[in-house]
Each structure stands twice: as structure tokens, then as C-alpha cells.
Design a protein around this ligand. Structure first.
Ligand code: GLV
Length: 400
């Protein structure tokens, strides 16, 4: 068994083990993938401010997200077709999250159903909703999530129409997978995945097929979302969703301070600053770029959560310092899942936990709640090597 030291190790292993059509689905963005790339690249443009001789024995990562306990400020994001990265993937990821003490979010577009995940876990998980044209179906999903004990609703607003992902179109992506010759040949090179899939019955969209009237054959994902997702959705519709749900509401897909204010007005308990992992509006700003302005726009009115490009605990720390209360990982856990199933998701969470804990200490802080802009150095502040010295630290540390 190779030694896994970073998320990139898991990504490489997943790339070898997961059929191309599903690996590509996870590891791609829309159109030119500019926003997808910049989500991660912008993290590496920000530097951390090293501090020394601060007592770093105490390192507190525990927090709450939307009022619910989290062993660290990291949740598993809702991701579609997770049960195709690995057989029964949503169940395994939810169990790993539960054991690590972090929230798990089940996507509407999951393979394992709400009921499957509830039966396999004992802590409440979160449910993510896409609003369908068939509002009775959407209301039925909310009722099922409530009956399963889901403790928060994550309402996604940035995918009423689907961004074009070139690889998915070329691969003929759908669930169950389209058995094109290319897909069959590629799957034949992934015996572990095929064997696992042969042992489960979960091969299709578990929340939808058999529940939505008239949906027997979903065709490709792109065709199905175009037919079913409701492009007429507006802020006015949020009221009935919030009222029908009646519990903790997290609004996902906010990239603009004005939208953030409206979401807070609508009663969101938290918003997620997100561009859907660069899978929707290609050319939009990275999530990290807009985070401080969005956080300023809502102030204390609701929590600000973040996703987009996180591949390490250092990235989590930067997002927290820039104003996020909590973060979500999507691809980072999917790579672990595709690589090794449940132990792979645990490995991804453990890697990030350890990186966050040590980085916190090396930045001279003891508690994830104490991070702020003074822990960071931005690109325009970084002195040119051997050039005139320009950097002025922004603010002081508690120890000073
Ligand atoms: C969501 O389900 C996506 O494919 O991004």
C-alpha cells in the first residue's frame, strides 16, 4: 500500500481506479475550465504569515457550522453521482464523515437515496436540493429528507441550467452509465470498480428514479437536467422552500455581495460562497477572490461558508482567515473515495485535519476562530526578491 501524504496522491490513485467517464465528471469544469483552475490557483497566490515562539500546544479545530457541531470547519460538499466514483459511495462517504465528526451533505443527484444513507448512519446528515420543474417532486424530496432526520437543507441556486462540460458530452455521461464501446473498454480496465458495482444494486439516481413521476430513463445527465431543473426559479420561490422545510437553511452558489444580502434577507442561516467548483459559469471569479466582499456584505446576519478549490488544510486556513466560518470539500473527498472507498474519504479528511492543525500552530494561532486577514500576505504585498521592501503586516497577533 503506497504512503499517502496529500490529496494529490489520492487523486492519482482515483484516476487509475475509477472509470474514465466518472473520473472526468468529477475532475472537470465547464467550457475552458478557467474558473475551475483559478479556484485552486488563487489559493497558492496567497502566502501565510509565519509566527514563532507562541505557545502552540493547544490547537483547537472544533467549531459549529450552521449551528451544528463540526470537529473541524470542513464539511463534505454535495456532489452528484458519488456512488459512481465507488460502489455505494454516498453511504461510505457519509459513514466516514460521521466517524470524523464533520457534516455530510447528500446531493439530490446522488446514487444512494436519502433513505439508504439514513439507514447506514446514525448522525443526522444534510440534504442538498435542486429545485425541479415538478414542484410536488421537490416538496416530496424535502419531506423525505425531514423524515430521514436531515438536520439542514442546502439549497443550490447556481445550477438551474447546466454549464457545458466538454468531457461529459464526449463521454456520454449518464447514470446508469451509457455502455458505449469506449466506456465498456475503459471499464474493463477497472476490475475492482466493476466487481464492487456487480455487488450493489445502486446504479441509478436513487432519489429520483422510481420517485419522480414518469422518470424511468434519465438519458444523459445534461439532457435530464435541461428537462427537469426549473429555470424559472427566482428569489420569490425561496419563501415556500424555506417555509416547507422549516429548519436550518443554507443557500449555496452565492458569488456576489448583492445576492448574499438577498439570501440573508430571505432568512438563510448560512450561505455558501461557491461557483459550483468551476462547473457552471466559466469566467466567473474564483470563490476565494469574492469571499471577503461577500463576508462584508452579510456581516453577522448569517454564517458565511465556502467551497471551491480546497485541496489542503492550508487552503482551509486561508478561507477561514478571509472570512469563512466553515468550508466544504468536494473533489478532495471524491478522490479519496475513488481511490479507496471509505478509508480513502477518511484519509482525505485526516490529511486536511492534520495540515490545518499544524499550519494553525505555525501561523502562531491556537484556535480556528482566531484567524483573520493578519495571518495572510496578499500578492500585491509580497516583496520582489531582492527588491525594495514593501510588506507591512496587516494587524497584530494576539500575542503581541
Ligand atoms: C452537479 O450535480 C454537477 O454535476 O455539478
Amino acid at each position: 500500500m503506497p504512503v499517502i501524504t496529500c490529496i494529490e496522491d489520492l487523486r492519482r490513485m482515483a484516476e487509475r481506479r475509477v472509470p474514465r467517464v466518472f473520473y472526468d465528471y468529477a475532475d472537470s469544469g465547464s467550457w475552458t475550465e478557467q474558473t475551475y483552475r483559478e479556484n485552486s490557483a488563487d489559493f497558492s497566490r496567497i502566502r501565510l504569515r509565519q509566527r514563532v515562539a507562541v505557545n502552540m500546544e493547544r490547537r483547537d479545530l472544533a467549531t459549529t457550522m450552521a449551528g451544528q457541531p463540526a470537529a473541524m470547519p470542513v464539511a463534505l460538499a454535495p456532489t452528484g453521482l458519488t456512488g459512481m466514483q465507488h460502489p455505494d459511495g454516498e453511504i461510505l462517504a457519509a459513514q466516514a464523515a460521521e466517524e470524523c465528526g464533520v457534516p455530510f451533505t447528500l446531493s439530490t443527484m446522488s446514487i444512494c437515496s436519502i433513505e439508504d444513507v439514513a439507514a447506514a448512519t446514525s448522525s443526522p446528515f444534510w440534504f442538498q436540493l435542486y429545485v425541479m420543474r415538478d414542484r410536488d417532486f421537490a416538496a416530496g424530496l424535502l419531506d423525505r429528507a425531514k423524515a430521514a432526520g436531515c438536520s439542514a437543507l442546502v439549497l443550490t441556486l447556481d445550477l438551474q441550467v447546466i454549464g457545458q462540460r466538454h468531457k461529459d458530452l464526449k463521454n456520454g455521461l449518464g447514470a446508469p452509465p451509457r455502455l458505449t464501446l469506449a466506456n465498456i473498454l475503459n471499464m474493463a480496465t477497472k476490475p475492482r470498480w466493476c466487481l464492487g458495482m456487480a455487488q450493489t444494486k445502486r446504479w441509478n439516481f436513487g432519489n429520483i428514479v422510481g420517485h419522480a413521476s414518469g422518470v424511468e430513463d434519465m438519458g444523459t445527465l445534461a439532457e435530464w437536467t435541461a428537462a427537469q431543473f426549473d429555470p424559472t426559479l427566482t428569489w420569490d420561490d425561496i419563501d415556500w422552500i424555506r417555509d416547507h422545510w422549516g429548519g436550518t437553511l443554507i443557500i449555496k452558489g452565492i458569488l456576489d455581495p448583492e445576492d448574499a444580502r438577498i439570501a440573508a434577507d430571505k432568512g438563510a442561516d448560512a450561505i455558501i460562497v461557491s461557483n459550483h467548483g468551476g462547473r457552471q459559469l466559466d469566467g466567473a471569479m474564483s470563490s476565494l477572490t469574492v469571499l471577503p466582499q461577500v463576508a462584508d456584505a452579510v456581516g453577522e446576519r448569517c454564517e458565511v461558508h465556502f467551497d471551491g478549490g480546497i485541496r489542503s488544510g492550508q487552503d482551509v486556513l486561508k478561507a477561514l482567515a478571509m472570512g469563512a466560518r466553515g468550508t466544504y470539500i468536494g473533489r478532495a473527498f471524491l478522490y479519496g473515495l475513488g481511490a479507496m472507498g471509505k478509508p480513502g474519504v477518511t484519509a482525505a479528511l485526516e490529511l486536511i485535519r492534520k495540515e490545518l492543525e499544524l499550519t494553525l500552530a505555525l501561523c502562531g494561532r491556537n484556535d480556528v476562530h482566531d484567524l483573520d486577514l493578519s495571518n495572510l500576505v496578499f500578492p500585491h504585498q509580497i516583496p520582489a526578491p531582492l527588491g525594495p521592501y514593501q510588506w507591512q503586516p496587516q494587524g497584530k497577533l494576539a500575542a503581541e
